[in-house]
Design a protein around this ligand. Structure first.
Ligand SMILES: [Zn+2]
Length: 277
């Protein structure tokens, strides 16, 4: 029964510590690397959090394999709501990309950001209608109910994107696993890891809270680009810990999954808006 893992080398372990009497507790050593299997069980949660933010693989292994982390689904939902809030406010990297590529210069909200590109990108013809689905004519004149309804629509759309993202990552990893590495991963563990890595979204909060109509588009773009980069590296590290996959495979799988996720959301929102009209 190797349900735990050594945080240093990732080798399976049957116990994290042994108890000798009511107040004596000894941390187990790893057979493979001779280090302590999980030093974090003695650490303060704040220190574990700091190590997580610094993307330490040891701290990620501790959370994914050696703790219960039962409330991951709450985190999962809260983070989807945060992502939805950004997209609903027209204030995220994804919206900046859509506004720029679809040539939406004024979306009637104070937060819409449009970047002038040095080169011209033309959208494929069948996607033009979806582009129109993202553009709003007069948002101020719409009543509160429509605003609220739009939040649910975006939530559904982003939720679908995330399900697609997780499915694609898992399927591609399973496919690659047949050829080059062996590591069985349960779905609950995938969701735990996703929720953990998705915490990097919290860094969009400063812009969502303090960003206003005076914020230059370049600043907005830079902030969201940096958060995206951090998020990408965080996901990369977490999936390396989870699937024990080679570096290049993880990077490719992650890039493909990200593209499909954003494409899904891009097509999903106009589609749901159309059928719920
Ligand atoms: Zn070890």
């Amino acid at each position: 029964m190797n349900s735990y893992k050594c945080v240093n080398c990732g080798v399976g372990a049957s116990a994290l510590y042994k108890t000798y009497g009511p107040s004596v507790l000894k941390l187990t050593k790893c057979d493979s690397c001779k280090g302590v299997i999980d030093k974090y069980i003695e650490y303060d949660p704040v220190i574990v959090m700091i190590d997580l933010v610094l993307m330490s693989k040891e701290a990620q292994r501790h959370i994914i394999y050696n703790t219960e982390f039962k409330s991951y689904w709450k985190l999962f939902i809260i983070l989807i709501m945060l992502e939805t809030y950004g997209v609903w406010r027209n204030d995220s990297l994804f919206n900046i990309a859509i506004n720029t590529v679809c040539n939406i210069k004024n979306n009637s909200t104070i937060n819409s950001t449009y970047i002038t590109l040095p080169i011209n990108i033309s959208v494929p013809e069948p996607w033009m209608s979806d582009c129109k689905g993202w553009a709003y004519e007069e948002k101020e004149s719409l009543d509160l109910f429509i605003w609220e309804k739009d939040f649910y629509i975006q939530f559904l759309s982003i939720f679908t994107g995330i399900i697609v993202f997780i499915t694609i990552v898992h399927l591609l990893m399973k496919l690659f696993k047949k050829f080059c590495f062996q590591n069985e991963v349960s779905l609950a563990r995938v969701l735990k890891s996703f929720s953990l890595a998705n915490m990097s979204l919290l860094f969009t909060l400063p812009m969502l809270v303090w960003g206003n109509s005076d914020t230059p588009p370049g600043t907005r773009l830079l902030h969201y680009l940096m958060v995206f980069l951090y998020s990408f590296i965080f996901f990369y590290n977490t999936f390396r810990v989870l699937y024990e996959s080679p570096k290049i495979v993880t990077a490719i799988v992650l890039t493909i999954s990200y593209c499909i996720k954003y494409l899904t959301t891009f097509h999903m929102t106009p589609f749901i808006r159309k059928i719920t009209r």
